[in-house]
Design a protein around this ligand. Sequence first.
Ligand code: FES
Length: 114
Amino acid sequence: MSQFVEVIEAKDVPLGRAVPVQVGDRWFAVCNDRGTIYVTDILCPHAGGPLGQGEVHRGRLVCPVHLWHWDLKTGLSDLNRSHPRLKIYACQVRDGKVYADVSKPLASQGPSTP
Ligand code: FES
């Protein structure tokens, strides 16, 4: 059963950026890739970098620490595809608000368009 909750106003997620959001007692990164919104774990799977401060380029979330690129559809790193994936969560944009189901990561990780 999905459990979508409101996480942020879509206007507060600038193009090409990630921003941190808190849902309950957990933190996530909300990313804007050319108008498509994604919600991911806040900590980089490589070494725990703060992905909520990352930049987004061409479908990739770039970690600010070592600049690994994480594919926002698959969660895979371009640099090391055998590394554990970035977790991505289902999200929707409705009436200018981003809703996410952070109860479990997506198995086949995909986007939500406004
Ligand atoms: S901590 Fe993110 S790339 Fe190293």
